[in-house]
Design a protein. Structure first.
Length: 242
Protein backbone atom coordinates (compact mmCIF):
# COMPACT_ATOMS: atom_id res chain seq x y z
CA UNK A 1 0.00 0.00 0.00
CA UNK A 2 1.41 3.38 -0.93
CA UNK A 3 2.24 5.93 1.72
CA UNK A 4 -0.27 8.21 0.01
CA UNK A 5 -3.21 5.84 0.25
CA UNK A 6 -2.40 4.58 3.74
CA UNK A 7 -1.94 8.05 5.17
CA UNK A 8 -5.11 9.25 3.46
CA UNK A 9 -7.02 6.33 4.96
CA UNK A 10 -5.70 7.15 8.44
CA UNK A 11 -6.71 10.79 8.06
CA UNK A 12 -10.21 9.92 6.94
CA UNK A 13 -10.68 7.60 9.88
CA UNK A 14 -9.45 10.14 12.41
CA UNK A 15 -11.90 12.55 13.98
CA UNK A 16 -9.92 15.63 12.91
CA UNK A 17 -11.92 16.72 9.88
CA UNK A 18 -13.95 19.47 11.55
CA UNK A 19 -10.94 20.75 13.51
CA UNK A 20 -8.95 21.06 10.28
CA UNK A 21 -11.71 22.61 8.18
CA UNK A 22 -10.28 26.10 8.59
CA UNK A 23 -6.85 24.83 7.54
CA UNK A 24 -8.37 23.06 4.52
CA UNK A 25 -10.22 26.21 3.47
CA UNK A 26 -6.99 28.22 3.67
CA UNK A 27 -5.01 25.61 1.72
CA UNK A 28 -7.55 25.34 -1.10
CA UNK A 29 -8.03 29.12 -1.27
CA UNK A 30 -4.29 29.59 -1.71
CA UNK A 31 -4.26 27.04 -4.52
CA UNK A 32 -7.06 28.93 -6.29
CA UNK A 33 -5.22 32.24 -5.82
CA UNK A 34 -1.97 30.94 -7.31
CA UNK A 35 -3.72 29.07 -10.12
CA UNK A 36 -5.63 32.22 -11.10
CA UNK A 37 -2.49 34.35 -10.87
CA UNK A 38 -0.52 32.03 -13.16
CA UNK A 39 -3.19 31.03 -15.66
CA UNK A 40 -5.98 33.61 -15.44
CA UNK A 41 -9.40 33.60 -13.82
CA UNK A 42 -11.32 31.56 -16.43
CA UNK A 43 -11.47 27.91 -15.27
CA UNK A 44 -12.41 26.71 -18.77
CA UNK A 45 -9.09 28.05 -20.05
CA UNK A 46 -7.10 27.19 -16.91
CA UNK A 47 -7.08 23.45 -16.03
CA UNK A 48 -5.26 24.00 -12.76
CA UNK A 49 -7.83 26.55 -11.62
CA UNK A 50 -10.68 24.26 -12.71
CA UNK A 51 -9.27 21.41 -10.61
CA UNK A 52 -8.74 23.70 -7.62
CA UNK A 53 -12.33 24.97 -7.81
CA UNK A 54 -13.60 21.38 -8.00
CA UNK A 55 -11.69 20.43 -4.84
CA UNK A 56 -12.94 23.57 -3.08
CA UNK A 57 -16.55 22.74 -3.93
CA UNK A 58 -16.08 19.16 -2.70
CA UNK A 59 -14.85 20.66 0.59
CA UNK A 60 -18.01 22.79 0.75
CA UNK A 61 -16.19 26.10 0.46
CA UNK A 62 -18.84 28.78 -0.30
CA UNK A 63 -18.96 30.07 -3.86
CA UNK A 64 -18.33 33.64 -2.69
CA UNK A 65 -15.08 32.51 -1.04
CA UNK A 66 -14.01 30.79 -4.25
CA UNK A 67 -14.78 33.89 -6.31
CA UNK A 68 -12.90 36.10 -3.84
CA UNK A 69 -9.83 33.84 -4.11
CA UNK A 70 -9.97 34.02 -7.92
CA UNK A 71 -10.16 37.82 -7.78
CA UNK A 72 -7.17 37.93 -5.42
CA UNK A 73 -5.23 35.79 -7.87
CA UNK A 74 -6.07 37.99 -10.85
CA UNK A 75 -5.30 41.14 -8.87
CA UNK A 76 -8.87 42.49 -8.77
CA UNK A 77 -8.82 42.46 -4.95
CA UNK A 78 -5.14 43.23 -4.49
CA UNK A 79 -2.12 41.13 -5.32
CA UNK A 80 -1.44 37.90 -3.42
CA UNK A 81 2.32 37.38 -3.21
CA UNK A 82 2.59 33.66 -2.54
CA UNK A 83 5.69 31.85 -3.77
CA UNK A 84 5.50 28.16 -4.74
CA UNK A 85 8.34 25.96 -3.51
CA UNK A 86 9.16 22.25 -3.25
CA UNK A 87 10.86 21.05 -0.07
CA UNK A 88 12.34 17.57 0.25
CA UNK A 89 13.68 15.58 3.16
CA UNK A 90 13.89 12.31 5.05
CA UNK A 91 11.69 11.05 7.84
CA UNK A 92 12.33 8.30 10.41
CA UNK A 93 13.67 5.09 8.86
CA UNK A 94 14.84 6.92 5.73
CA UNK A 95 11.32 7.67 4.49
CA UNK A 96 11.31 10.06 1.53
CA UNK A 97 9.18 13.16 2.14
CA UNK A 98 8.23 15.77 -0.45
CA UNK A 99 6.21 18.93 0.26
CA UNK A 100 4.47 21.55 -1.85
CA UNK A 101 4.84 24.93 -0.15
CA UNK A 102 3.12 28.28 -0.64
CA UNK A 103 4.66 31.08 1.38
CA UNK A 104 5.15 34.83 1.48
CA UNK A 105 8.38 34.41 3.47
CA UNK A 106 10.61 31.56 2.34
CA UNK A 107 13.27 32.11 5.02
CA UNK A 108 10.74 31.84 7.85
CA UNK A 109 9.10 28.79 6.32
CA UNK A 110 12.38 26.96 5.70
CA UNK A 111 13.42 27.43 9.32
CA UNK A 112 10.10 26.23 10.67
CA UNK A 113 9.97 23.15 8.42
CA UNK A 114 13.59 22.26 9.28
CA UNK A 115 12.66 22.45 12.97
CA UNK A 116 9.68 20.11 12.49
CA UNK A 117 11.85 17.52 10.75
CA UNK A 118 14.54 17.56 13.44
CA UNK A 119 11.94 17.44 16.21
CA UNK A 120 10.35 14.28 14.78
CA UNK A 121 13.39 12.21 13.84
CA UNK A 122 14.01 13.43 10.29
CA UNK A 123 15.98 16.04 8.41
CA UNK A 124 15.26 18.54 5.64
CA UNK A 125 17.31 17.73 2.53
CA UNK A 126 18.56 19.42 -0.62
CA UNK A 127 16.47 20.06 -3.72
CA UNK A 128 16.15 16.88 -5.79
CA UNK A 129 17.17 14.48 -3.02
CA UNK A 130 13.90 12.49 -3.07
CA UNK A 131 11.70 13.87 -5.87
CA UNK A 132 13.02 11.21 -8.26
CA UNK A 133 11.29 8.59 -6.09
CA UNK A 134 7.80 9.92 -6.95
CA UNK A 135 5.65 9.98 -10.09
CA UNK A 136 2.78 12.37 -10.76
CA UNK A 137 -0.48 10.41 -11.01
CA UNK A 138 -4.20 10.83 -10.63
CA UNK A 139 -5.51 8.86 -7.65
CA UNK A 140 -9.21 8.13 -7.11
CA UNK A 141 -10.24 6.32 -3.94
CA UNK A 142 -13.56 4.47 -3.82
CA UNK A 143 -14.80 2.75 -0.67
CA UNK A 144 -15.88 -0.85 -1.26
CA UNK A 145 -19.36 -0.75 0.33
CA UNK A 146 -20.64 -3.68 -1.70
CA UNK A 147 -19.33 -2.46 -5.07
CA UNK A 148 -18.59 -5.07 -7.69
CA UNK A 149 -14.81 -5.04 -8.18
CA UNK A 150 -14.86 -6.34 -11.75
CA UNK A 151 -17.48 -3.82 -12.84
CA UNK A 152 -15.61 -0.94 -11.21
CA UNK A 153 -12.34 -2.00 -12.82
CA UNK A 154 -14.00 -2.27 -16.24
CA UNK A 155 -15.50 1.21 -15.90
CA UNK A 156 -12.19 2.69 -14.80
CA UNK A 157 -10.06 1.00 -17.45
CA UNK A 158 -12.48 1.83 -20.27
CA UNK A 159 -12.30 5.49 -19.21
CA UNK A 160 -8.49 5.43 -19.40
CA UNK A 161 -7.26 4.37 -15.94
CA UNK A 162 -3.82 2.75 -15.75
CA UNK A 163 -4.43 0.43 -12.81
CA UNK A 164 -6.70 -0.38 -9.86
CA UNK A 165 -5.47 -1.63 -6.49
CA UNK A 166 -7.57 -3.42 -3.90
CA UNK A 167 -6.99 -2.37 -0.31
CA UNK A 168 -8.63 -3.54 2.91
CA UNK A 169 -11.83 -1.51 2.61
CA UNK A 170 -11.34 0.55 -0.54
CA UNK A 171 -10.23 0.56 -4.16
CA UNK A 172 -7.49 2.88 -5.42
CA UNK A 173 -7.68 3.80 -9.10
CA UNK A 174 -4.51 5.16 -10.72
CA UNK A 175 -4.52 7.35 -13.83
CA UNK A 176 -2.14 9.46 -15.87
CA UNK A 177 -2.61 13.13 -14.87
CA UNK A 178 -4.14 13.99 -18.25
CA UNK A 179 -6.73 11.19 -17.91
CA UNK A 180 -7.69 11.92 -14.31
CA UNK A 181 -10.75 14.10 -14.95
CA UNK A 182 -12.10 11.77 -17.65
CA UNK A 183 -11.92 8.75 -15.32
CA UNK A 184 -13.37 10.67 -12.39
CA UNK A 185 -16.28 11.84 -14.51
CA UNK A 186 -16.94 8.31 -15.77
CA UNK A 187 -17.28 7.09 -12.18
CA UNK A 188 -19.58 9.98 -11.27
CA UNK A 189 -21.82 9.23 -14.26
CA UNK A 190 -22.09 5.61 -13.07
CA UNK A 191 -23.22 6.83 -9.65
CA UNK A 192 -20.10 5.50 -7.93
CA UNK A 193 -19.37 7.48 -4.74
CA UNK A 194 -15.81 8.83 -4.60
CA UNK A 195 -14.07 9.12 -1.22
CA UNK A 196 -11.07 11.05 -2.50
CA UNK A 197 -9.80 12.21 -5.90
CA UNK A 198 -6.76 14.27 -6.76
CA UNK A 199 -3.66 14.49 -8.89
CA UNK A 200 -0.84 13.69 -6.52
CA UNK A 201 2.69 12.30 -6.24
CA UNK A 202 2.79 8.50 -5.90
CA UNK A 203 5.95 6.79 -4.56
CA UNK A 204 7.68 4.28 -6.84
CA UNK A 205 8.74 2.18 -3.84
CA UNK A 206 7.91 2.18 -0.13
CA UNK A 207 9.57 1.82 3.26
CA UNK A 208 7.86 -0.31 5.92
CA UNK A 209 7.73 1.23 9.38
CA UNK A 210 6.77 -0.33 12.70
CA UNK A 211 6.95 0.63 16.37
CA UNK A 212 8.59 3.89 17.35
CA UNK A 213 9.57 4.84 13.80
CA UNK A 214 5.95 4.46 12.68
CA UNK A 215 4.74 6.66 15.53
CA UNK A 216 7.40 9.28 14.79
CA UNK A 217 6.49 9.29 11.10
CA UNK A 218 2.79 9.82 11.81
CA UNK A 219 3.62 12.70 14.17
CA UNK A 220 5.89 14.25 11.53
CA UNK A 221 3.16 14.00 8.88
CA UNK A 222 0.62 15.57 11.24
CA UNK A 223 3.00 18.40 12.10
CA UNK A 224 3.82 19.13 8.47
CA UNK A 225 0.18 19.05 7.36
CA UNK A 226 -0.77 21.38 10.22
CA UNK A 227 1.79 23.98 9.09
CA UNK A 228 0.08 26.95 7.45
CA UNK A 229 2.48 27.10 4.48
CA UNK A 230 2.34 23.39 3.57
CA UNK A 231 -0.12 22.66 0.76
CA UNK A 232 0.58 18.95 0.27
CA UNK A 233 2.84 16.32 1.82
CA UNK A 234 3.91 13.13 0.04
CA UNK A 235 5.84 10.25 1.61
CA UNK A 236 6.77 6.68 0.68
CA UNK A 237 6.04 4.82 3.92
CA UNK A 238 3.92 1.82 4.74
CA UNK A 239 2.47 1.27 8.21
CA UNK A 240 1.75 -2.14 9.71
CA UNK A 241 -0.79 -2.60 12.48
CA UNK A 242 -1.02 1.11 13.20
Amino acid sequence: MSGHSKWSTIKRKKAKVDAQRGKLFTRLSREIIVAARLGGGDPDANPRLKAAIQRAKEANIPNENIQRAIQKGTGELGAANYEELIYEGYGPGGVAVMMEIMTDNRNRTAGEIRHLFSRHGGNLGEAGCVSWMFSKKGVIVVEKDGLDEDELMLTALEAGAEDMKTEEDEFEIITAPEDFEKVRQALVEKGIPIAEAQVTMVPQSTVKLTGQEAEQMVRLMEALEDHDDVQEVYANFELEDY
